[in-house]
Design a protein around this ligand. Sequence first.
Ligand code: GDP
Length: 465
Amino acid sequence: MNQDTICAIATAQGGAIGSIRVSGPDAITITERIFTPVKVGKQLSDKKPYTLTFGHIHNEKEIVDEVLVSLFRAPHSYTGEDSTEITCHGSTYILQQVMQLLIKNGCRMAQPGEYTQRAFLNGKMDLSQAEAVADLIASTSAATHRLAMSQMRGGFSKELADLRGKLLDFTSMIELELDFSEEDVEFADRSALRHLADGIEQVITRLVHSFSVGNAIKNGVPVAIIGETNAGKSTLLNVLLNEDKAIVSDIHGTTRDVIEDTVNIGGITFRFIDTAGIRETNDTIESLGIERTFQKLDQAEIVLWMIDATDAKSQMEELSGKILPRCQNKHLIVVFNKSDLIREEQKKDIISLLSSFSKEDISSIFISARQRSGTDELQQTLIEAAHLPTITQNDVIVTNVRHYEALSRALDAIHRVQNGLDANISGDFLAQDIRECIFHLSDIAGEVTNDMVLQNIFQHFCIGK
Ligand code: GDP
């Protein structure tokens, strides 16, 4: 149990109303010292939990503000501790005054994420739910919001608990057998065990695979725009980025490590890979170093190959041999730009020329980035290419790299169990791998997670959460 009572401003600057949270064993008595209810009678500490009390915050004789105080008592609060929330006017001066008074009376300023960390340590939520709180605050689209909400409400935690339950059944069967090992009997029917292992493996595999969707929703579908210099790549990128004002590239901390240009098109976040590089480039593709350019291509799910339509033949001849083989498992869209400079009849010739380079159908589109014609259609093509399933709040989809890594390790362990059963290895080896699988799943919920990892997770939260 934490001894310190902490306080923090929980609302952003500039609103009409501000909120300060106080949590810890002395939350109610400290608040009481600086607060007088307007209605004479009960003091704050005599009030029932979940009540609102109207009154004044005062600095000795001087009234600082008229406020509402909400009261929560342990364990029925967000942190699991006694807590108050002081709702005052949103002035920075008032908020700072209230904070100073709380600190003068015994509170300490909260660290980033300390409320949620306390909620986790007091068993109010598991670690994956705590991490979802940060994602919820950072959510920028309907889809990221739905994913974070589902995780916070415990959909993922329940799935993990079910898996751990099954694994524990598995170990108990094997351990029972080990207890009686001298009698040389097999209590645990090997085919039943195999069936159990297969079921567990299927669930973990589904979760591991869901990460590519989860990651695309959370961090954006990676798109690379490639092509020769002067094809119009920067112009197109600017059109795509400027058309939607909800550019989210400047969100620091909470979820994103690398800052890239992201844009929300039709509710889907697209992430343009290493676009800074595109803007700077004024050399030919050769001098850029073809390898470096193509590395971008490897990270992409969608590739926009931009070709200057006035020079289509030579650009296709030059680059198709390098680009097409690298796009086998990607969604390639050939964008013929500068359509304002060619005649309608020329388009057919360009399309048939493109089909001569590949046996498969390649989707292509004519646009004029400068005149912004065809760009709406290109956006529609991008949405279709992203091919993301519709997510509901009940879907369990992995969005967090830490969870993905733990699940991948759990999957390795369960594969060893399956192989061990096939090879008929002894029960104690099987038990070891099952325990390892349980360990990795428990890591996600935070049951075996070490302090360093915890610290790292919570320090990326905002103060006041
Ligand atoms: P990048 O080197 O591929 O990034 O190409 P830029 O976007 O810098 O464009 C090169 C030149 O082509 C610039 O002068 C642009 O204004 C011009 N440009 C880009 N798109 C179009 C277009 O659709 N039509 C015409 N006529 N010019 C364009």
